[in-house]
Ligand binder design. Sequence first.
Ligand code: ADP
Ligand code: 5GP
Length: 211
Amino acid sequence: MEKQGILIVVSGFSGSGKGTLMKALLQKYPQNYALSISATTRAPREGEQDGREYFFKTKEEFEKMIAKNELIEYAKYVENYYGTPREYVEKKLSEGMDVILEIEIQGALKVKKAFPDTLLLFVTPPTAVELKSRLVGRGTETMDVIESRLSRACEEAQGMDSYDYLIVNDDLDACVEEMHSIIQGEHHRSFRNRKFMEKIKEDLENLKGED
Ligand code: ADP
Ligand code: 5GP
């Protein structure tokens, strides 16, 4: 029976550790997961490479991608556009890989609407104070941008209960295992195994007819 890939959305407050978590999950289970690389108009951070963390675009280039329907979803987040290129996601899902989109909440809800079988995971640090200290500790944003991201976190917190699972990123390794087992468990949901159920029903009927 061919394996069906699951479309997985991972959201969480900026600084909750989603990026770190995704890197660790993919490193540990490279055969299971494909991580979609988004397009964005934000400037690369120190150490980020075009085509690795993001496809870095100008506003004009990004708007062209929207017009050509090349994005599954897109959203504006703190003054910049972010969007998910369609082609890679569709290709990997059709190959049976679980595809992870690490995107913010507006995009997550758009994906869920377009693809209702999407699994929605929300990552949070153990406390609000820890969130601020991770954002400050990362050292990649000015205090102004950190404040905007914290105020965006207050808005995003209102939407947490639209997600299927809440994942607390306290100990990183434990969190990687938790996420992996949630996803593996999800493969066993009956609605994701309709083809298998149809086949065994049919085979049972045929077997019965043989006597
Ligand atoms: P996000 O992608 O959600 O914005 P990052 O992955 O960039 O967050 O993580 C924010 C900061 O927190 C980074 O400096 C990262 O090293 C740190 N971090 C991530 N996960 C943990 C964890 N479980 N415990 C402590 N620090 C963490
Ligand atoms: P950052 O600038 O920290 O890399 O990302 C800012 C926010 O944008 C994060 O919440 C991240 O999950 C989200 N994001 C990244 N790519 C996409 C995307 O393709 N679509 C949407 N809607 N959000 C994204």
